[in-house]
Design a binder for this molecule. Sequence first.
Ligand code: MG
Length: 374
Amino acid sequence: MTTAALIVAAGTGTRFGGATPKQFLALAGRPMLAHAVDALARHPAIDRILVAVAPDRLDQAHTLLGPVELIPGGSTRRASVVAGLAAAAGAARILVHDAARPFCPTDVIDRLLAALDDHEAAIPVLPVADTLVRDDGTLTDRAGLHRVQTPQAFRLATLAQAHERWTGPEPTDDAQMVRALGVPVAMVQGSTMLDKVTHAQDIAAAEARLAWETRSASGFDVHRLEDGEDLWLGGVLIPHTQGLSGHSDADVALHALTDALLGTIAAGDIGTHFPPSDPQWKGASSDRFLRHAADLIAARGGRIGFVDLTLICEAPKIGPHRAAIQARIADLLGLTPDRVSVKATTTERLGFTGRGEGIAAQATATVRLPEPQA
Ligand code: MG
């Protein structure tokens, strides 16, 4: 028995302002629509995923979503569902879902599909917790009232028949059309994870519903001090009698920070991403290494919380340059300076740093990452 899932994502979403429909806006680092697809793709009982998008978004959706069946949506939600039903022909069951509900717990789908064993249709609902009042001040008894969510589950033939026979105005969901056939609709427990993202501020609320984990990692680097080299430290050119030598600009501070950031997502080290054997990195500004690590974290939906840097050298004195280094790193990472700590120490003239042969740097980074959805 084939089970299809249809995500309706053809809306233009103008309530957010701007030209991009809300389902294509980033939520925890990825388009909202991609989260909705992932949530359905994780469920083992779902065999096919169809996504209805506006015809002029098909290419963009193809790039974002990978192996889903894309279909051109219609000018109304209902027209998109009709197109999806035609494309899903042959499936026995269909889940109809809105892209504006990016997270869908697996157990809600379990309950919907179980309900289809003895019902033609099933919807996830939550009880109304607030007191309800009309414009004229009269109260409505909330007892027995439910908030209706998606995905809504149907035997496909029943939903197709409901759409064929519907003569009313544009419906807000599919279950009301099935009810109009006189077919009962089962109600199963929904989830606050399915709350709809309607307004721009709902994106932050949706992100807050995710579970986040905090990770810290460290980085360490050394470069040799030599005559005739520029001294770049923390993205700042510092006047000094010698500079650091290396394949790139040898900014030991940014290299240690880059490794710390890569460590938080277990993404290898700076050499993994920018091999010293590759001539394109010769003399390269280390800004781009740090930004690349930050971009990888952002692509995982992560947020950099704090970085801490310690420079180890006898000379130059770091104190006079501390604020400039702090400001530069904050700018590169898109952080406020109070989230960037810059420290320095000597090694009491001991060892290679004490003899002025090189500069060492160690760094720690702390990031928050959204945990994978269950
Ligand atoms: Mg290095």
